[in-house]
Design a binder for this molecule. Structure first.
Ligand code: MN
Length: 731
């Protein structure tokens, strides 16, 4: 169905000279033919004709314009349309893709497109043009209003974002022609904005390509190193994987199951993220065999699962049924992990052909099946619509774009929190980040001098984990210095590195000065200055710690080795103080608390491994509570009494922990519980029961455990009991 060159020239706007050089005309004709041939596979002939018409129209509109690579501009929209044709989009989408840069870059307007190709196409092109005008410098600086516009455009017609994603994909494929800075900016924007949107719409195939391209341009060196490592490893393993696949395939045939075993491509960005987020070396991340089994119908998926579980032992707790409960983006499959040869785990995914298409192209599957009467599962499509409807709803209620943006981001990037500065700027932090992380994210000087925070205008401790949507204000004092105890709770690398850096470079004199200041602060209101401290007490304490002099003690405080509040307490006798003789013989449990009486709150019973705070209690020394303890909430009343504490790294002592377990009444249930606990090497101190109703009983357990990890083992064990209904740690 080739078209003579003459015809191309004749079709384009006569008033505008065609300046595509002759050398490109052959190439252009081939590309147009190729696109139309793909479309002819699933579109009606008149639709293909309209498409060809649009090719000519776009060629004329972009005539004389060349891309950075030196190719005629028209090659870009042709490639974008081809990407969409390969996932079988309708002809309006393909035509709009061909014209997607026409309004933006040429003298044509929406009305002219509407006159020639109809209002539907014109709306699509207009939508894409509006998206194109939105510039994201980065997710951080993304303006709320821009995000809102983008989602509005998307909600109006999902095809707009599909065209935009295909546009971005082609631009990423041809990014090499751009200057390095632009390349990096576009790559980052792709990783931060477009790839997550593709993922949210279930278009995994597209998402992965966007991510890998983004990775290769943002971190070219890391990309190459990882690529080499993967290539080398898979070379070594090709044989084993081949055998594995053959063995599964044979067994399926024996069982009369009609299915195919396919290898799974390596997604470098995914590997990189896992290494980075979980701090794992390449070997550990990549040390799995991955297989995918594609079968005909849902029933066969479950049968196949049984068959491979018979072939290789499954690893407990790793089975996931995303067929019964699809992911939010509509993804469906069975996932299981098996013990493979040489102890290397096999990750297996089992799905139907339909689910496979859905997993690869997501929302786009809707258009693929449109011509088949819409009968095929439209999970992804429906879910995307629901999601967008939810967003529209939110946007109506939110009233302001910032609020709306926040809701969208929570959805797209669940592992991050977004908080605002008092001026409304958005700061992105990992989940669990605290006010100190926030302060360092703004500037290391702000972090280094922060003394407090206002979260949503209320004073809050610096260690408070932030929640998306909060407005955070940092209170700074120019003379303040980082507190070493912050290292216990900061989560961002920037905060950690800055605090460490500060402490490391603290000269002795500065450490002494800082220690002095911290001690003075701890003593504030009780004496006029350090000079008023009883010399005998200072001497005794210095001797007890085996130090050379008071300055050493101050330096120790400054460097974070000792808790100033505790030292203050030792130096300053309180009238009702019991003294600390009994503390000397007890094993060290809390860092820096030597010589102080330490006790543990019965309200929350902290265990080594729990996040804790200390409360200075006249006469009782320091009482340790869990961060989550309800008594800690009274922090706000006496902030000066609460101190940052941390567990000693090595603790060999037993602690009490309280559990509350609801069980079904059954003979011998208490014996079963006792046996389960004994199996974890833990002791029961007391066990009490109270009947809830005729069917269930609540069992109150007081246990002896070494730490949080052991308690977790006990709880895991108890949860496996068939009688167990509900289990919770108390306090
Ligand atoms: Mn474009």
């Amino acid at each position: 169905m080739g078209v003579p060159l003459r015809d191309i020239r004749a079709e384009v706007e006569p008033s505008r000279p065609l300046t595509v050089d002759d050398e490109w005309l052959d190439d252009l004709r081939l590309r147009i033919d190729d696109l139309c041939a793909i479309a002819a596979d699933y579109l009606e002939p008149p639709q293909v004709e309209r498409l060809r018409e649009a090719c000519y129209f776009a060629t004329g509109a972009h005539a004389g314009i060349y891309r950075k690579s030196g190719e005629p501009y028209i090659f870009h929209p042709l490639a974008v349309a081809r990407i969409l044709a390969s996932v079988r989009f309708d002809h309006e989408t393909l035509i709009a893709a061909l014209l997607h840069d026409v309004i933006e870059d040429t003298h044509y307007n929406k009305d002219q497109i509407s006159a020639q190709f109809g209002p539907e196409v014109a709306d699509l092109v207009d939508g894409v043009s509006k998206l194109t005008q939105i510039q994201f410098n980065s997710k951080l600086e993304a303006q709320a209003e821009n995000f809102r516009k983008m989602f509005l455009a998307m909600a109006k017609d999902l095809r707009v974002i599909m065209i935009k994603l295909a546009d971005r994909l082609h631009n990423m494929r041809t990014l090499g022609a751009m200057r390095p800075e632009s390349r990096r900016r576009i790559a980052r924007e792709t990783l931060e904005i477009y790839a997550p949107i593709a993922g949210r719409l279930g278009m995994n195939h597209l998402r992965q390509e966007l991510e890998n391209l983004g990775f290769s341009h943002l971190y070219p060196l890391r990309y190459r190193v990882l690529q080499d490592a993967v290539r080398k490893l898979s070379g070594n393993r090709r044989e084993i994987i081949g055998q594995l696949e053959a063995r599964i395939q044979d067994r399926l045939r024996d069982e009369g199951i009609n299915g195919r075993v396919v290898g799974r491509g390596k997604h470098l960005w995914g590997i990189y993220q896992k290494m980075r987020l979980k701090h794992l070396p390449f070997r550990e991340v990549h040390d799995v065999y991955a297989v995918r089994i594609i079968v005909d119908v849902v029933d066969t998926c479950y049968r196949t699962l049984g068959v491979i579980h018979g072939l290789y032992k499954p690893i407990m707790g790793r089975f996931k049924d995303y067929i019964a409960i699809p992911k939010t983006n509509g993804y469906q499959s069975l996932h299981t992990v098996l013990f493979g040869p040489n102890g290397v785990p096999i990750e297996a995914q089992i799905r139907t052909e339909e689910m496979h298409v859905m997993a690869e192209v997501g929302v786009a599957a809707h258009w693929r099946y449109k011509s088949d009467g819409d009968s095929q599962g439209n999970h992804a499509q429906q879910r995307a619509r629901e999601w967008l409807r939810k967003l529209l709803d939110m946007q109506r209620r939110a009233g302001n774009p910032v609020e709306f943006l926040e809701s969208v981001k929570v959805d797209l990037f669940p592992d991050e929190v977004y908080v605002f500065t008092p001026r409304g700027e958005i700061i992105q932090l990992p989940r669990g980040a605290t006010a100190v992380d926030f302060a360092y994210a703004i500037h290391s000087d702000v972090g280094n001098t922060c003394v407090g925070a206002r979260i949503d205008r209320r004073l809050a401790p610096l260690r408070t984990p932030l929640v998306t949507g909060q407005t955070v204000e940092v209170i700074i004092t120019p003379t303040a210095r980082p507190n070493p105890a912050w290292l216990n709770f900061v989560v961002t690398a920037k905060a950690r590195a800055s605090i460490r850096h500060y402490l490391k470079h603290l000269q002795r004199e500065e450490a002494v000065l800082l220690g002095k200041r911290m001690l003075e602060k701890a003593l504030a209101g009780r004496i006029g200055g350090l000079g008023e401290l009883p010399a005998v007490r200072i001497k005794a304490l210095v001797r007890e710690f085996g130090l050379a002099g008071f300055d050493d003690l101050l330096a120790d405080i400054g460097l974070g080795n000792r808790v100033p509040a505790l030292i203050a307490k030792r130096l300053l006798p309180e009238e009702d103080e019991i003294g600390a003789p009994d503390a000397s013989g007890q094993p060290l449990l809390i860092k820096g608390a030597e010589g102080t009486v330490v006790s543990f709150g019965k309200c929350c019973r902290p265990l080594p491994g729990d996040a804790i705070v200390g409360y200075l209690n006249a006469g009782r020394g320091i009482v340790i509570h869990r961060d989550s303890c309800k008594n800690v909430a009274s922090y706000k009343k006496n902030p000066e009494k609460w101190i940052e504490v941390e567990w000693e790294p090595q603790i060999s002592a037993d602690f009490s922990a309280e559990l509350r377990l609801d069980v079904i009444n059954r003979r011998g249930v208490l014996a079963t519980i006792a046996a389960a606990i004994a199996a974890t090497d833990s002791n029961i101190e007391t066990i009490n029961t109270s009947e809830r109703d005729g069917n269930t009983t609540t069992v109150h357990l007081l246990l002896n455990v070494r730490d949080r990890a052991q308690l977790a083992r006990v709880m895991r064990q108890l949860r496996t009991l068939p009688e167990a209904v509900k289990l919770a740690r108390r306090g």
